[in-house]
Design a binder for this molecule. Structure first.
Ligand code: SF4
Length: 234
């Protein structure tokens, strides 16, 4: 499978299969390790994704582990006192989201017998669950081939294709189509994890590490970043 990208002002064709292999291989060796990546429990993954919105993953780890130990399922969270849940979320500055966490748990108990639905539209109707969290749960808990469009993934996709992006790009149809083209339909979970890791470790917002990038050979922007001295050398 191939697609076209910008290269030095002209169009070039690149092999998507090779790009995916390069990214997947890198992710398996150099990707980050987090407790929510070690589980297939949809409720635990949903809680992790709720915590990860606008919060550094490293900060989330201890809070997530303590939270899941105390509230291992939707019923436990729905029955907890608001004060106890607020205390658990306080280190992340998410105490203000206690009503959303508990409304979510109650909706799961009342409408889905405590289970997390494996359907994007059903997930998005749950309290506090937006487009990104619904997609992340569909992919990471249920293995569905869906894109994850946030500031970081669209930055990487835009750079690969030579398309400028900004904070609002995740809503643009063209960028979402680009992410859909890139997504590996056979390994969506591993692909999306690797893309998130590449964005966090290599394709940084400022001064990307193009010289260490596993997909530099497929990227429209690598040459420019390196030529202009904007790429980090290590
Ligand atoms: S080559 Fe550079 S700009 Fe392209 S994806 Fe890799 S780090 Fe990002």
């Amino acid at each position: 499978m191939e697609y076209e990208r910008e290269a030095g002002g002209s169009r070039a064709t690149i092999n998507l299969t090779s790009l995916r292999h390069a990214l997947l291989n890198w992710g398996r060796v150099s990707g980050r390790s987090f407790p929510w990546r070690e589980t297939t429990n949809p409720f635990h993954i949903l809680i992790a994704e709720m915590m990860l919105r606008r919060t550094q993953a490293r900060q989330v780890v201890p809070v997530y582990e303590a939270f899941i130990a105390t509230y291992p399922d939707a019923t436990a969270l729905a029955n907890a006192s608001a004060e106890a849940v607020a205390k658990a979320l306080y280190p992340l500055g998410l105490a203000w989201r206690v009503p959303a966490f508990q409304a979510l748990a109650r909706a799961l108990v009342e409408d889905y017998a405590g289970q997390v639905p494996n359907d994007d539209s059903a997930l998005k109707k749950l309290p506090g669950v937006g487009d990104y969290v619904a997609a992340a749960v569909c992919c990471f808990a249920f293995g569905q081939a869906v894109i994850l469009a946030d500031t970081n993934t669209v930055r990487v996709a835009g750079r690969i294709a030579g398309v400028p992006t900004n904070a609002e790009s995740r809503r643009r149809k063209a960028i979402r189509q680009l992410l859909e083209q890139l997504l590996d339909p056979e390994h969506p979970r591993d692909f999306n994890l690797a893309l998130l890791d590449l964005a966090a470790l290599i394709c940084l917002p400022v001064h990307p590490r193009c010289l260490q990038c596993p997909i530099a050979a497929f990227c429209s922007s690598a040459e420019t970043f390196i030529h202009d001295g904007l790429a980090q050398s290590q």
